[in-house]
Design a protein around this ligand. Structure first.
Ligand SMILES: Cc1cc2nc3c(=O)[nH]c(=O)nc-3n(C[C@H](O)[C@H](O)[C@H](O)COP(=O)(O)OP(=O)(O)OC[C@H]3O[C@@H](n4cnc5c(N)ncnc54)[C@H](O)[C@@H]3O)c2cc1C
Length: 249
């Protein structure tokens, strides 16, 4: 949704988080080749061949089940992600096997793009709500309209003040300090299949998982897009991950 700020600038309010796959390296065959080197030595090179990987699905499943994690590190994937800062606060906690580069609020003006909840976003705590297992129900249409309008008002005010500080010549790094957590930021994210599975196990909710996690809906939305891309490039590894309770190896 486009919205004119009091100073005439156009702001975007959206509930959409985007995750774009940019490049990837390796595949299921490299998991097999990495594992086989321990008993095959130089012969292991012959396993680095995607056409032979189907016959080693059992080996991949065994590695996953036994949590032999290192063979899952010989691959990589890069995403370009546009998400609100409250999602980045959570995503950046994944330190191991992840590389990040993010746009700078010190060096460039941040764009007036803000997250708002979709009407389908459950956001009213249920009666049996527990902090460790938060559960929400849908609000009324009126409750949705109220919060969207309240967020728009607050972001419009914050961004108009930000723009005024910049116009008055203050440094971006100081002008930005009262911008809200729902402003969008872009970031490159690169990880390997092992670190990606650790992230998926924590940032998706699945009642059938061995360790059931309760992530915030918005990082889960990003994680579900990541999961779909992962499944496409590492189908056998992904199947073994699901079969073994979504535990990072
Ligand atoms: C539902 C949910 C709620 C959360 N709530 C909070 C919260 O209230 N407050 C808060 O601060 N965080 C919270 N977090 C973030 C959480 O504590 C982790 O920071 C985040 O999930 C990243 O996990 P990680 O450390 O395993 O990942 P990574 O940093 O990628 O680490 C991967 C693995 O490497 C190993 N490792 C990494 N660093 C070390 C180290 N220093 N020493 C030993 N081993 C290490 C561990 O085995 C770790 O599991 C929450 C996360 C989730 C999923």
């Amino acid at each position: 949704m486009k919205f004119k700020l009091p100073n005439g600038q156009e702001a975007i309010f959206t509930s959409e988080i985007t995750v774009e796959p940019i490049q990837h390296m390796g595949g299921d065959h490299m998991v097999v080749a990495a594992a086989r080197v321990s008993v095959s030595g130089t012969e292991a090179v012959s396993f680095a061949d995607p056409s032979k990987v189907e016959e080693s699905a059992g080996l991949i499943n065994y590695l996953m089940k036994q949590r032999h994690g290192t063979p899952f590190e010989h691959g990589g994937i890069t995403f370009f992600v546009n998400a609100p800062i409250f999602v980045w606060r959570e995503w950046h906690r994944h330190r191991v096997g992840f590389s990040y580069n993010e746009e700078s609020g010190r060096y460039k003006q941040l764009e007036p793009k803000f997250w708002i909840p979709a009407s389908t976003r459950k956001m009213v705590p249920t009666e049996n709500y527990k902090a460790a297992r938060p559960t929400f129900q849908a609000g009324t249409p009126e409750e949705h309209v109220w919060i969207v309008n309240d967020i728009i008002d607050s972001c419009s005010d914050a961004y108009t003040r930000y723009q005024e500080r910049l116009d008055r010549g203050y440094a971006k790094e100081v002008a930005r300090v009262t911008l809200p957590l729902n402003i969008f930021s872009s970031c490159w994210v690169t990880c390997n299949p092992r670190s990606l599975m650790a992230y998926l196990s924590l940032r998706t909710h699945d009642a059938a998982a061995q360790f059931v996690s309760y992530p915030q809906a918005e990082i889960e939305e990003a994680a579900r897009i990541v999961e779909k891309i992962f499944k496409e490039y590492w189908p056998i590894t992904y199947a073994a991950f699901v079969k073994n309770g979504r535990v990072g190896p």
